[in-house]
Design a binder for this molecule. Structure first.
Ligand code: SF4
Ligand code: SF4
Length: 104
C-alpha cells in the first residue's frame, strides 16, 4: 500500500462482529447506499444477517462511519476497486471482510 495522504477516502470496511444492527449508518447516508438486514437471537439481541453497499453511489463522505457507535464501519484507503460491470459495485460487505480474512 503506497503512503497516501490521510485525507484519501476510497473504500469502506465492516467488522461484522462489532455491528449491533442499529441502522444508524443506513439512516445517515445521504445517498441510500447501505442496506442491511438483521434477526433476533435467542436472547432477543439483534444479529447482523446481511450488509450491502451500492458503492457506485457512495460519496465516501464518511458520515456512516462517523455515526457508527461501535466503530464497526470504517472508511479505508483501499483503492483498487475498478470493475468491468456496474454490478461489481454492489458490495456484499460480509463476504468482502471474509475474503480479506477479517472477522466477517
Ligand atoms: S460514506 Fe457517505 S455516501 Fe458512502 S455510505 Fe457512508 S454516508 Fe453513504
Ligand atoms: S452504525 Fe455501525 S453498528 Fe450500527 S448498523 Fe451501521 S455498521 Fe452496524
Amino acid at each position: 500500500m503506497p503512503n497516501l495522504p490521510i485525507t484519501v477516502r476510497s473504500s469502506m470496511g465492516l467488522d461484522r462482529s462489532k455491528c449491533i444492527s442499529c441502522n444508524m449508518c443506513v439512516m445517515v447516508c445521504p445517498n441510500s447506499v447501505i442496506k442491511l438486514t438483521s434477526e433476533k437471537d435467542e436472547n432477543n439481541k439483534k444479529v447482523l444477517k446481511s450488509y450491502h453497499m451500492d458503492v457506485g453511489r457512495c460519496l465516501f463522505c464518511g458520515m456512516c462511519a462517523e455515526v457508527c457507535p461501535t466503530k464497526a464501519l470504517t472508511v479505508t484507503q483501499e483503492f483498487e476497486n475498478s470493475v468491468f460491470e456496474p454490478d461489481g459495485l454492489q458490495w456484499d460487505m460480509i463476504q468482502r471482510a471474509e475474503r480479506k480474512g477479517k472477522v466477517g
